[in-house]
Design a protein. Structure first.
Length: 288
C-alpha cells in the first residue's frame, strides 16, 4: 500500500546543500552562480542610474537617489551622523544584495530548471536526482555565513577606527556609567566577567545572522516547492493548475518575507555598529 502513495517529484525537493557544476570544482555552485547574477544586476542598475546625472533627476536616477537617501537616513538615525558615512556603504550593500537575492529566488525557473534524470542527460550529484541550475543565493548557508563574516570584519574595522584599540577594550570590559574611586575598582571584576560574556556574544553574531536568514529563505523555498507538487496526484492538468494556483498566495507571502529578512539583517548589523561605537559617558564627551 505504501508504494501506491503519490510521491513528490525529486525536482520539488530543495537540497540542504548547494550543488556544484561539473568541471568547475567546489568554488562554483548553483547558489554562487545566482549570487553572481544578482551582483551583476545590481551593478548594471547602479551604473545605468548614475551614468548621466541630471540636475533634475528623472527615471532610474530619481529612483536610485530616493533609495539611497532613504537608506542613508535610516542608517544615520541608528548609528549617528558621525559613523553613518563609514557604515552606510556596508549596510546599504547588504540590504540591496539580500533583498534582490531573496526576490530573485521567486522568479519562474529558479529551482525548477536544471539537469538530471528529469530534464537532461547531465547528472550533477551521485544519486542521479534532479539538480536545479539556479538556486536562491540566500538559501545557501555558505552564502549567508560569508555575508555575516564579511560584516563582522568591517564591523571590527569601523569600531576600532572610531573607538581605538584601547577604547574598544574599555568599552567591553571597563565599568560604565561614570563610576569613580573605590566603586569603580570594586566593580571591575564584575564588568570584566560581563565583558567576557559580551565577547562570546560577539563571536556568535555571524552564526545567528547567517542561520536566521538562511533558515527563513530555505523554509520559504521548501514551502513553495511542496505546495507546487500537491497537484501531481490529479493528473497532468491538475499538476499544471496546482503548480500555478496553489503556490500563488505563498508567493506574496515570500515577497514580504524577502524584504523583511533583508531589513532585519541590515538592521541588526546597524545596531551592532551603534552598540560598539557609542562612547561611554565618563570622559568621552569630547568625542561627540
Amino acid at each position: 500500500m505504501l508504494s501506491q502513495v503519490p510521491q513528490i517529484p525529486s525536482l520539488l525537493a530543495l537540497s540542504i546543500k548547494a550543488q556544484e557544476f561539473p568541471g568547475f570544482g567546489a568554488w562554483l555552485t548553483n547558489s554562487v552562480f545566482v549570487a553572481a547574477i544578482v551582483l551583476v544586476l545590481l551593478l548594471w542598475l547602479a551604473n545605468k542610474a548614475t551614468r548621466k546625472l541630471r540636475p533634475v533627476p528623472q527615471g532610474a536616477q530619481n529612483f536610485f537617489e530616493m533609495l539611497v537617501e532613504g537608506l542613508y537616513g535610516q542608517v544615520e538615525n541608528i548609528v549617528g551622523p558621525k559613523v553613518a558615512p563609514k557604515a552606510f556603504p556596508l549596510l546599504a550593500t547588504i540590504f540591496l544584495f539580500v533583498v534582490t537575492a531573496n526576490w530573485f529566488g521567486l522568479l519562474p525557473g529558479v529551482g525548477t530548471i536544471g539537469f538530471g534524470e528529469r530534464s537532461g542527460p547531465i547528472t550533477l550529484d551521485p544519486a542521479g536526482s534532479f539538480t536545479p541550475l539556479l538556486r536562491p543565493a540566500t538559501a545557501d548557508l555558505n552564502m549567508t555565513l560569508g555575508i555575516a563574516v564579511c560584516f563582522m570584519i568591517i564591523w571590527a574595522v569601523i569600531t576600532i577606527a572610531e573607538m581605538g584599540i584601547i577604547g574598544t577594550f574599555k568599552h567591553i570590559f571597563a565599568p560604565k556609567g561614570g563610576l569613580k574611586g573605590f566603586l569603580y575598582y570594586g566593580l571591575m571584576p564584575i564588568f570584566f566577567f560581563v565583558g567576557i560574556i559580551e565577547v562570546i556574544s560577539i563571536a556568535f553574531r555571524p552564526v545567528s545572522l547567517s542561520l536566521r536568514l538562511f533558515g527563513n529563505v530555505f523554509a520559504g523555498e521548501t514551502l513553495l516547492h511542496t505546495m507546487a507538487g500537491l497537484g501531481d496526484k490529479w493528473g497532468p492538468i491538475g499538476s499544471f493548475l496546482g503548480s500555478v494556483i496553489i503556490p500563488l498566495p505563498f508567493y506574496f507571502l515570500e515577497l514580504l518575507v524577502g524584504i523583511l529578512q533583508a531589513v532585519v539583517f541590515a538592521l541588526l548589523c546597524a545596531v551592532y555598529i551603534q552598540l560598539s561605537t557609542t562612547h561611554d559617558d565618563h570622559g568621552e564627551e569630547g568625542h561627540h
